[in-house]
Design a binder for this molecule. Structure first.
Ligand code: HEM
Length: 120
């Protein structure tokens, strides 16, 4: 699921260039993201990372970009043979995207109230 999703992200005309500008080693990135989703969906302890600060330093993220990311994620998860896991992945992706987006706004503009994603 993770590999298929990031293949779509890399091929996306809007999201692809952002990832390509910031991900130097795709094998390493994919291994990390597999660990991340393994930790979330299978309750393993494989992921040790820091998503919030990693996203906070990315310039120019917007609600539209997060929503685009989520649409691709849902399309991809919906095509998985394990539908129960796909649905759970979408739920968690939505929550985490919401939290990353709120955290992103607060880290960039601490004096302005953050606004949630449309489908939050
Ligand atoms: C507009 C949406 C998003 C963009 C453009 C984006 C972009 C990126 C980029 C460029 C990196 C690599 C940063 C680095 O290695 O320094 C990254 C890492 C990561 N992203 Fe995202 N991301 C987005 C949304 C999300 C969402 C919604 C999730 C989770 C549901 C997520 C999970 C992660 C994780 C787990 C990492 C690895 C963090 C670490 O190294 O500790 N991302 N993202």
């Amino acid at each position: 699921m993770v590999h298929a999703f990031y293949a779509k992200v890399r091929g996306d005309e809007v999201l692809g260039p952002i990832f390509d500008a910031h991900v130097a080693d795709w094998d390493e990135h994919l291994a990390k993201l597999v660990d991340f989703w393994s930790a979330i969906l299978r309750r393993t302890a494989r992921f040790t990372g820091a998503p919030m600060p990693r996203h906070a330093v990315l310039p120019g993220l917007t609600a539209q970009l997060f929503e685009r990311w989520l649409r691709l994620f849902r399309d991809n998860a919906g095509a998985q043979s394990n539908q129960a896991m796909g649905a759970q992945a979408c739920l968690m992706a939505q929550r985490i995207a919401q939290s990353l987006w709120l955290g992103y706004q607060v880290s960039r503009e601490p004096d302005v109230l953050p606004t949630p994603l449309a489908h939050g």
